[in-house]
Design a protein. Structure first.
Length: 149
């Protein structure tokens, strides 16, 4: 069974984040945030791509696979059902369908990690994305805050 990794950078330092990816042998990070900006130093799109490149890891941004604003609000409020509804609609958009196909192709060829902010994958759309777009892939959730892997 092919595998996809997932990782959130919430509360992690760039070095912890890179160490987790490197230890897992990840080759490319698929940023699935709608907005690839971050208040956390080193995690906005340009800085993140540079930090990943310094570790020999490629970066691809799939904006269309990000959570729409109402889904992000639902996630912040802890309303997982509303997040699921919102995100399900997002994945039906033509640009999301195309991005999902590109992501599936990439993940089939290279060791790929889905990236979002939330550390807990059960609270994040990346788990919903895995289930919808990559159902034939095993998922390994990386925790950059846990050095034991």
């Amino acid at each position: 069974m092919p595998t996809v990794w997932t990782i959130g950078y919430e509360q992690a330092s760039v070095s912890q984040f890179l160490a987790a990816l490197t230890a897992a042998g990840v080759e490319v990070v698929a940023d699935v945030r709608a907005v690839a900006a971050s208040r956390r130093p080193g995690f906005a799109k340009t800085a993140l791509a540079a930090n990943l490149a310094s570790a020999g890891i490629d970066y691809v941004h799939y904006r269309a696979l990000g959570t729409p604003p109402e889904g992000r609000a639902a996630a912040r409020a802890g309303n997982h059902a509303a997040l699921e509804r919102s995100y399900s609609g997002q994945l039906e958009l033509p640009e999301a369908i195309a991005a999902g196909a590109a992501l599936a192709d990439l993940a089939a060829r290279r060791r790929t990690a889905l990236l979002c902010y939330e550390n807990d994958p059960s609270c994040c759309h990346r788990t919903l994305l895995h289930e919808a777009i990559l159902p034939g892939f095993a998922a390994i959730d990386l925790d950059p805050l846990d050095p034991s892997g």
